[in-house]
Write a protein that binds this ligand. Structure first.
Ligand SMILES: [Zn+2]
Length: 300
């Protein structure tokens, strides 16, 4: 399967979107574990073809500079699988920042983000479509992280591109939202990531009430938090009629997550988790909203 689709940093709204994934990522240094270098082209391409056949048209790829981003790898995947891939610009979180970040001002960081959005990434024609994943540490937002958030706000204001965050173990999500709002970013352009790693409705509901978005983007990570509880939280959000602000993904980051390596694979969300949602009383309309219509609205 090949595609002649032009390179785009926009969502194809005709199909589903996984909003928080990594197709080429390398956190093996920081984590001292080779499993955290996800780079097996043929296996990933095969999974993208499988997802395409299931109706997925877009992957929002969250890997930014210093996380092992590789634009030519992503371009090849688009060519060979037909999947549209949205690339990211940003800095991840304190534990993974390069040493020189401490010397950069918010304006300097923002200029780099704008360049990757407007000119392209690492000399390629691929442009970043989202400011992501920008994160905070567990239970706190460090000074450096605060400066990256300020930069993200500046880059958003200059380019109009949305902001997608990383929370560590679902902590500080509401604080991230308030911080970005304090820098003048409207809630509708912010999605808080990794909201589904703990019993978290206490944080999620205030975020939704502010008009921002939340991601249930670690679906299938049952060792952190069981999918049955993710379903229960989504059921509660559905009862409040706020699924229009929720998006879904799996955050696959390791070789061992791929199906050929014994993992659950990217198709798990559609083949296993969606049936759980339907079983719990959500409708196909609800599923289409979270996987198709919401991403198109947020990212375009
Ligand atoms: Zn993350």
């Amino acid at each position: 399967m090949t595609s002649t689709k032009p390179l785009t940093s926009w969502i194809d709204g005709s199909g589903y979107t996984y909003v928080h994934e990594h197709l080429h990522v390398d956190l093996s240094g920081g984590k001292n574990d080779i499993d955290c270098r996800l780079d097996q082209y043929d296996l990933i391409c095969q999974e993208m073809r499988e997802l395409f056949a299931l109706g997925v048209r877009n992957i929002v790829e969250m890997t930014n500079r210093y996380m092992g981003r590789k634009a030519d790898f992503l371009q090849a995947l688009m060519r060979d699988s037909g999947m549209n891939i949205i690339a990211s610009t940003g800095y991840y979180q304190q534990a993974f920042y390069p040493a020189h970040l401490a010397q950069l001002s918010a304006a300097q960081i923002a200029a780099e983000m704008c360049s990757e959005i407007e000119q392209g990434i690492d000399g390629t024609a691929m442009k970043a479509g989202v400011i992501a994943e920008i994160g905070s540490s567990r239970g706190k937002i460090t000074d450096d992280e605060r400066r990256v958030f300020a930069a993200a706000a500046l880059a958003h204001q200059q380019t109009g591109r949305p902001i997608s965050t990383h929370t560590t173990l679902s902590t500080m999500g509401f604080e991230q939202l308030r911080l970005l709002q304090s820098f003048g970013v409207a809630a509708e352009h912010i999605v808080i990531g990794h909201c589904d790693l703990t019993d978290n409705l206490d944080t999620i509901l205030p975020i939704l009430d502010q008009g921002a978005w939340v991601q249930f983007d670690t679906i299938g990570k049952n060792s952190y938090y069981p999918d049955s509880k993710r379903v229960a939280m989504l059921r509660a959000i559905a009862d409040r009629k706020q699924l229009g602000q929720v998006m879904l993904s799996m955050d696959i980051t390791r070789r061992s997550h791929l199906k050929a390596n014994g993992g659950i694979g990217f198709a798990y969300l559609l083949n296993t988790f969606v049936p759980m949602l339907l079983e719990a009383g959500l409708s196909q309309r609800d599923v289409d909203l979270m996987l198709r219509d919401n991403p198109a609205r947020f990212f375009n």
